[in-house]
Design a protein around this ligand. Structure first.
Ligand SMILES: C[S@@+](CC[C@H](N)C(=O)[O-])C[C@H]1O[C@@H](n2cnc3c(N)ncnc32)[C@H](O)[C@@H]1O
Length: 220
């Protein structure tokens, strides 16, 4: 199923203008349309999105896999409350939103998981612990999407760092404190060491930010 940005944005139509601007900006700057190519058609079971923000990606997953149940988790209670309101007012029944940090969230076995532009807000030890927890909860053959920002090219990395500094430190619109980026190969080594086969995709052609995706398939 293609990612229909307009259809997802419609869900936010009654929200305050600041929220609408935020989600519209995210839609414009983020290559969701490339991410969807790596989402399997899950016909039952649980799908998990850690650090789901305002719920854009869980809302898409709920349309893409109407027979699965999607869990969206984020520590920012205002974002989760908003996502939950939208879920209820649109009668969407196959999503559960929860306010929690990924590193302490208790979730059960799942058939798919994603963590999209979230790990940089956790310490290196927390990143590893969260990925290990995901590995333990994913079925063999299941897909984990790990989306990060690359450190190359340098100008895109610095641009992203500046924007994140504004969002996290100056304006405090994103929950977090400090940033923890890793080189590409270090990500691959880490994720593979946790029992996945990893393929990496650069998704930043035509985008200002150095979008980098790891598609990790859980091994037996
Ligand atoms: C850049 S936003 C990405 C939101 C969403 N994944 C998306 O792609 O639209 C980063 C998100 O990570 C969340 N976050 C920060 N620290 C977190 C943590 N320890 N565990 C889970 N999510 C966290 C923030 O609240 C924020 O919603």
């Amino acid at each position: 199923m293609a990612f229909n940005k307009q259809e997802i944005l419609e869900l936010y139509r009654n929200e305050p203008w600041r929220t609408r601007m935020h989600v519209m900006g995210r839609m414009r700057l983020f290559p969701f349309e490339h991410l969807v190519e790596h989402v399997p058609e899950i016909s039952h079971g649980a799908m998990l999105d850690l650090g789901c923000g305002h719920g854009l990606w869980p809302f898409f997953l709920s349309k893409h896999c109407p027979d699965a149940h999607i869990y969206g988790i984020d520590p920012d209670d205002s974002k989760i409350r908003l996502a939950e309101e939208i879920r209820q007012s649109n009668g969407i029944e196959n999503i559960t939103f929860m306010t929690e940090k990924a590193e302490v969230a208790d979730f059960s076995e799942c058939s798919f998981a994603s963590i999209i532009d979230v790990l940089y807000l956790m310490t290196f030890d927390q990143q590893e612990a969260v990925l290990r927890h995901l590995s333990e909860k994913l079925d063999s053959g299941a897909t984990l999407l790990v989306k990060v920002m690359s450190q190359t090219p340098r100008w895109k990395f610095l641009w992203n760092w500046f924007e994140e500094w504004l969002a996290v430190r100056a304006m405090k619109i994103t929950f977090g404190q400090r940033f923890y980026f890793r080189p590409e190969q270090e990500w691959v080594t880490l994720i593979e060491s946790l029992g996945f086969r990893v393929t990496k995709y650069r998704l930043d052609q035509g985008y200002l930010h150095p979008h980098l995706l790891f598609v990790a398939i859980k091994q037996d």
